[in-house]
Design a protein around this ligand. Structure first.
Ligand code: ADP
Ligand code: MG
Length: 700
């Protein structure tokens, strides 16, 4: 007898080989497979006579096989199976690719159900269907799994086709193994009129015949709602636990702001803060002064002035006698931040250092021991800073700039290292609110929704290769007005070398050709750090007119005198990356322009990205667009590593269930729900599910 813990390989129709493929997706037990949910449904309950088939529609037809042919195409290893089938009203043709074995299954005379989207092309031709689902009609079995009903469609797993998955899962659901756990407190399930978990799991795979298809495909059937609600509920419990855990951590030090510190801040400040900066800083100062560790995310579009907020928060902490770690995602940005931060802070007597990858071993060791000894007040670096080698005498504040470029894992490491310290996270990638909750649900958010005064919107234009001369003229004009130009070279995914070559070639053709009289610089990831720093410094100080660069300048680079950016092969970049690149200009008072050099033909997505860029400067609009174009998957580092965040819940699709579940989770904890035996079991389940992501194992 199967139970939910039975290894999947012992289930009928699986076996060791398929079990291996399933294992790669984390499916090991019967229960794991039951939790593998369909992503859409098809209604195959209606059967067509062939003569009734309407071109362009999908449905099921029951036919008798007349003939099966296998053709090989000129492309090697590519075969086409063509089947002709008939009923009393006519004939149809079904085609499959690379499924040669079908010729042995669909032998003439057999009855088969064919499901797919039929096309009738031209007068008098058969209806034709490509890669349809099929099922042999076995008279003895009227409970058809694949046709003649509403059927679930699963994403393929290795060699497990949607069809095989359907068969195996059907087998499981028919003899539903006992012991399916149900964690949702009964009162809550009742309040929201949600079915039991066991019931929901059975019906989410094989809905009743009269279940409305639209409701299923909108993920609004009662069983789907139940599972979605539960997933959100558990997630928000995890978030609440995380927050509760952070609140219990006492900081080793609190940082108050007094008049002396205010005075110090005033002498350091090179400009007046914007209203949004002031407000954010005030919030941060309050949290620094509180014994509860700060977990704050500052979200602000490119150019909104996040750096200074981090620097001023650092001053408060350093005045309180503790150290600051200022982390950025790239070496170039570390170098630049170091240069900027140092200019502001060293005159005020703070000791600032850069932990760079290019330090010699002995220098590195000396710096690490200086940090340990407390001789350094603020250290700028990449994620190397949170690796084990660095210990602080007293870390008071950890700042993570451009958070979107850091992985979840690095954040988790930081969380440990900075357990009792304040954490400030800054990001320029505006994340749609709905996603922010999942990504940063454990952080409090401040918005820098105001640009420093005098900024003019960046004007963005699309240009084609035939307009190259006009692009060069625009560059020349910019330079003759005393401003500077970025020329960004295309990103070529396949090889870093060709990426490099494009930049080097452009550098040479520009500096020999139209800009022979101008000063042209070059930076890319492969240039030795020292040279790169020099090139950046030369550009920053205005000694270079045109900086040819790869995307190494993407994040954070700040040269306000640069007012034109040309992005070559703009169609190859992602939307948020384009927005980041564009943000390199428009950082001063002068009007700025971005020229997107595109090389047709563009993919439809490419078109939409360029259109969005030309249309708007607003980072939030860009982010929403990006989400529409790409879907949410890319936001989550974990998705790539194979562990999806949710099985069925979707922050975007299910906002009402999300908000309800959040409210219930809060109430459940507040009203002591977790103190019962049942509640404790629930919480340990939550930790099992979300512990790693939210660092909850330690919370116990
Ligand atoms: P980002 O938010 O993209 O990190 P930065 O912190 O690099 O932006 O700031 C962008 C530019 O704006 C920098 O040159 C910075 O010195 C300048 N800046 C920031 N705040 C102000 C302000 N309140 N007034 C004038 N300039 C400012
Ligand atoms: Mg920045």
């Amino acid at each position: 007898m199967l139970d939910i813990t039975t290894s999947i390989q012992f289930v009928k129709g699986v076996g060791p080989k398929k079990a291996e493929a399933l294992d790669k997706c984390g499916i090991r037990t019967v229960y794991d497979l039951l939790l593998y949910l369909p992503f859409r449904y098809e209604d195959r309950s209606r059967r067509w006579k062939i003569a009734e088939i309407e071109s362009g529609h999908s449905g099921t037809a029951e036919v008798e096989v007349v003939s099966v042919n296998v053709r090989k195409t000129r492309r090697r290893n590519f075969t086409i199976v063509e089947m002709v089938g008939k009923d009393e009203t006519g004939k149809l043709k079904a085609v499959w690719f690379n499924q040669e074995f079908l010729k042995d299954t669909l032998t003439p005379g057999r009855k088969v159900l064919i499901y797919g989207t039929f096309e009738t092309t031209g007068f008098g031709l058969f209806p034709e269907v490509k890669s349809p689902q099929y099922e042999l009609v076995d008279d003895a079995q009227d409970n058809t799994t694949h046709a003649g009903r509403i059927v679930p469609v699963y994403e393929r797993i290795g060699t497990m086709s949607p069809k095989i998955l359907r068969r195996v899962i059907h087998f499981l659901v028919m003899g539903m193994p006992p012991g399916i756990p149900d964690f949702l407190p009964e009162a809550i399930a009742k309040r929201h009129d949600l079915p039991s978990r066991e019931d929901a799991l059975a019906r989410v795979h094989f809905p009743d015949d009269d279940a409305p298809l639209d409701e299923l495909n909108a993920f609004r059937s009662p069983s789907q709602k139940r599972l979605i609600f539960e997933e959100f509920f558990l997630f928000f419990l995890a978030l609440e636990l995380r927050k509760a855990h952070d609140r219990r951590l006492n900081k080793t030090k609190v940082f108050d702001v007094d008049d002396a510190i205010r005075e110090k801040v005033r002498t350091i400040l090179p400009f007046r803060l914007t209203g949004a900066q002031k407000k954010t800083l005030k919030t941060i100062a309050d949290e620094l002064a509180s014994p509860v560790p700060m977990r704050r995310l500052v979200q602000g579009d490119v150019g909104s002035g996040k750096t200074i907020v981090g620097v001023l928060a650092s001053v408060i902490v350093m005045e309180g006698g503790a150290q600051v770690a200022f982390m950025v995602p790239t070496e170039i940005l570390a170098e630049q931040h170091f240069a900027n931060v140092r200019k502001l802070l060293e005159p005020a007597g703070y000791r600032v250092a850069l932990l760079s990858a290019r330090l010699k071993k002995s220098e590195r060791e000396a710096l690490i021991s200086a940090i340990e000894g407390g001789e350094i007040d603020l250290v700028v670096g990449t994620h190397a800073l949170i690796q084990d080698a660095v210990t602080f005498r007293e870390l008071g504040l950890a700042i993570i700039d451009e958070q979107h470029r850091f992985g979840v894992v690095q954040r988790a490491v930081l969380r440990e290292k900075g357990a009792g310290c304040d954490v400030l996270v800054m990001t320029a990638t505006p994340i749609p609110r709905s996603l922010a909750m999942t990504l940063h649900g454990d952080l409090d958010v401040s918005l820098l929704d105001e640009l420093p005064p005098g900024r003019q919107p960046i004007r963005t234009f699309r240009r084609e290769p035939s307009q190259e001369k006009a692009v060069f003229r625009a560059m020349e004009e910019t330079i003759s007005k005393g401003h500077q130009v970025y020329f960004v070279c295309p990103l070529i995914e396949e090889s870093e070398n060709s990426d490099l070559k494009a930049a080097v070639d452009r550098f040479e053709s520009l500096s020999r050709g139209p800009f022979a009289k101008r000063r042209v610089g070059l930076v890319h990831g492969r240039i030795a750090a020292e040279e790169r720093e020099q090139a950046m410094a030369a550009f920053a100080s205005g000694e270079v007119d045109i900086l040819v660069a790869t995307t190494v300048i993407e994040v954070g680079v700040d040269v306000p005198n640069a007012t034109l950016i040309v992005i070559e092969h703009a169609e190859r970049f992602g939307l948020s990356q384009l927005h980041q690149l564009r943000g390199r200009v428009g950082r001063g008072a002068a009007a700025s322009e971005a020229l997107l050099l595109t090389y047709p033909p563009l993919t439809p997505e490419g078109e939409r990205r360029i259109e969005a860029m030309v249309e708007t400067n607003d980072g939030f609009v860009i982010a929403e667009r990006d989400l529409e174009i790409r879907g949410p998957g890319d936001y989550f580092g974990t998705r790539q590593s194979g562990a999806p965040l949710f099985r069925i819940a979707d922050m975007l699709r299910d906002p009402e269930l999300r908000d309800e579940a959040k409210r219930e989770a809060g109430e459940f904890l507040a009203s002591g729900g977790s103190e019962t035996e049942e509640g404790r079991r629930l919480l340990s389940h939550v930790i099992e599910l979300w512990g790693e992501r939210f660092g909850l194992a330690a919370a116990g």
